[in-house]
Write a protein that binds this ligand. Structure first.
Ligand SMILES: N[C@@H](CCC(=O)N[C@@H](CS)C(=O)NCC(=O)O)C(=O)O
Length: 339
């Protein structure tokens, strides 16, 4: 805590001098020996504690990959559960080093809030869920509905835009907390729950008694590119998070997984040699060790492994890769080269 304070003061002083202050976060993470990672903490598939209290999910694993890359230890993560409303202040104030919390990349968040989105780790879109008993089959039938929504989200804003554009009315039932919003929906205080389609699927499989009692409508009303966020005053840390995710995607593209990464160390392919640090330089460029990507892949897996483990077809969420497939498989996931 003390060292954080000192760093905070130093950052303030340098910024007063009108210069960007790079590097403080990486130094703080190294000193602390752990990455502080802001997550939702209640969203199955993305970040939710398991029965042993271990945070599980795609967002949680992104932070584990960063910890593996920087510290050589994927378990060196302190997870900080944050509500939608709290998340940006927690990042801005330095309470967390990175936010990996089903957070949509938008212009204002990326600019006016003083933040930077590093990558897209899950392409999503906003949808609606209704009780099956309502007999509704698409969003055009929602005129006059009471709709449960969480505040501090893009969801809330898209909802207003969508109903205005379609000339329908709705009765917003707004909550700060996730649990209370879901309880309200399940108890019938609103007819509809709206959030990212991934969130709807997550609620349907983990927050309601019988998933068949609820149906997710086919309409998707927005783009919700979700990804990690860092502060915009620290390019060095921004790069480390960004290239860790890029390494996970490139690993998938190159056929490198946690299972075969050790064999890959003897590969003749210069792309693989650079990624795994056999040919040094990439780690040095980021002021971290050369095994950064090796450790992330070995300890957490490539993007495909992370996706399948947390939200893939063998999990309760059961997502196909769809637009989240690599570009080489017809999806949108495309990471710049490691060179
Ligand atoms: N992606 C949207 C919505 C994110 C969001 O906060 N969704 C809610 C509903 S799924 C949530 O994650 N709640 C979990 C929580 O508050 O712990 C955004 O960035 O604003």
């Amino acid at each position: 805590m003390k060292s954080l304070k000192v760093i905070g003061l130093a950052a303030g002083a340098v910024m007063l001098a009108g210069q960007a202050f790079a590097g403080a976060t990486l130094d703080a993470v190294m000193d602390r020996g752990a990455v502080r990672c802001g997550v939702s903490g209640s969203l199955a598939g993305f970040a939710i504690p398991d029965s042993q209290g271990i945070m599980r999910g795609l967002d949680a694993d992104v932070c584990r990959a960063v910890a593996a890359a920087v510290l050589g230890d994927s378990e060196a993560v302190e997870f900080v559960p944050l509500s939608a409303q709290q998340r940006f202040t927690a990042l801005q104030s330095g309470e967390v080093d990175v936010l990996s919390r089903n957070t949509t990349w938008t212009l204002t968040r990326d600019t006016a809030l003083g933040l930077n989105f590093t990558n897209v780790t899950f392409y999503d879109g906003q949808g609606f869920m209704v009780p099956t008993s309502l007999g509704v089959s698409n969003a055009s039938e929602l005129d006059g509905a009471a709709i449960c929504v969480q505040t501090g989200t893009t969801t809330e804003k898209n909802l207003t835009d969508y109903f205005r554009a379609t000339g329908m009315t709705f009765d917003p039932v707004v909550f700060e907390g996730f649990e209370e919003s879901v309880t309200a929906f399940v108890s019938g205080r609103c007819d509809v729950y709206t959030t990212d389609a991934s969130g709807l699927a997550s609620i349907r499989v983990s927050n309601v008694e019988n998933p068949d009692d609820y149906v997710i409508l086919p309409d998707i009303i927005s783009k919700e590119p979700l990804g990690p966020v860092t502060r915009n005053d620290d390019d060095e840390w921004f790069d480390v998070v960004k290239w860790t995710v890029n390494a996970l995607l490139n690993a998938e593209e190159m056929g490198i997984s946690s299972a075969n990464v050790d064999d890959m160390l003897t590969s003749d392919d210069p792309n693989i040699q650079r990624l795994l640090g056999v040919a040094p330089g990439m780690g040095e460029a980021m002021k971290i060790n050369e095994e950064w990507a090796y450790n992330a892949i070995k300890q957490v897996g490539n993007y495909s492994e992370i996706f399948e483990r947390n939200v893939g077809t063998e999990t309760p969420l059961g997502f196909q890769r769809g637009v989240n497939a690599l570009w080489t498989d017809g999806g949108l996931m495309y990471a710049p080269p490691i060179r």
